[in-house]
Design a protein around this ligand. Structure first.
Ligand SMILES: C[S@@+](CC[C@H](N)C(=O)[O-])C[C@H]1O[C@@H](n2cnc3c(N)ncnc32)[C@H](O)[C@@H]1O
Length: 246
């Protein structure tokens, strides 16, 4: 899954998503050392932690996401440490007391082979007993195969507006949800430009992830249904996993 095409839209869509920020900042401050962030994207969490004085190394495969992350950080006088690479294959000459993978980063690992390779590699970059903390969407879906507009309209300084429409498809056998995004930009002279992006996410069940973690050498995780620590219930939107290298 390559986020290069997606980078501009990503920032528009998720710049204001803040539900997880204080949770990850708390975990990082308690760990008291440098943090390895898997799938750092455009540095939404990276920058939040760096502003609190935490050293973060942001691993991210997409050059365009990194470029945007660096540019945004520079605008606010921050220098972020990004490394281009994939969870399954990156190699750093350093071990960390904490690795995090915020906002569904692990949903871009599609097969058990990719998942295990990534988890084992993350564990190999932890200090003994080091923590791994991440969150995943609970698999629950809106109306499939239907064009939806979920209120995402962005106004640009040049007077143009962009409306994001989406269609989702669910492949139950592969455990994939694919979202087709149509970003329609209307210029002040009424010309219309359409950009199209496809995003496929591999969803997990709670116990599937628990087994994957055990197979990769992690301790049984603490699983919560919110960033505030509440239990995982039928109405939870996220699953938050906190584990340690066994
Ligand atoms: C939903 S975004 C989350 C970005 C960021 N963590 C945030 O919270 O805003 C998922 C990120 O995972 C990255 N990603 C995709 N495949 C990956 C892989 N194999 N290893 C590491 N990161 C990956 C994507 O490029 C993307 O930036």
């Amino acid at each position: 899954m390559n986020y290069d095409d997606f980078a501009d839209l990503y920032d528009h869509q998720y710049d204001l998503y803040r539900d997880d920020l204080h949770f990850y900042a708390g975990v990082a401050e308690r760990a008291g050392g440098p943090v390895l962030e898997i799938g750092a994207g455009t540095g939404r969490v990276t920058a939040f932690l760096a502003r609190r004085g935490v050293r973060v190394v942001g691993l991210e495969p997409s050059a365009r996401m990194i470029e945007r992350g660096r540019a945004r950080a520079a605008e606010s006088g921050l220098r972020l440490e990004f490394v281009q690479g994939e969870a399954g294959t990156f190699r750093l000459g350093e071990r960390f007391p904490l690795a995090i993978a915020p906002f569904n980063a692990l949903m871009h690992l599609y097969t058990p082979g990719e998942q295990l390779a990534a988890l084992e590699n993350i564990r190999a970059h932890l200090t003994p007993g080091g923590q791994f903390v991440f969150d995943l969407y609970v698999p629950r879906y809106g109306e499939m195969n239907t064009l939806r507009h979920e209120g995402e309209t962005f106004h640009s300084p040049d007077g143009s507006r962009t409306d994001v429409f989406l269609v989702q498809r669910h492949d139950r056998v592969r455990q994939h949800v694919t979202t087709e995004y149509y970003a329609d930009t209307t210029a002040p002279d009424s010309t219309l430009r359409r950009r199209h992006y496809t995003l496929t996410q591999r969803y997990y069940t709670r116990f599937e992830m628990e087994w994957l973690l055990r197979c990769a050498g992690f301790e049984p995780p603490r699983v919560t249904g919110s960033f505030q620590g509440g239990p995982l219930t039928e109405t939870s939107d996220v699953m938050v996993f906190q584990t340690r290298s066994g």
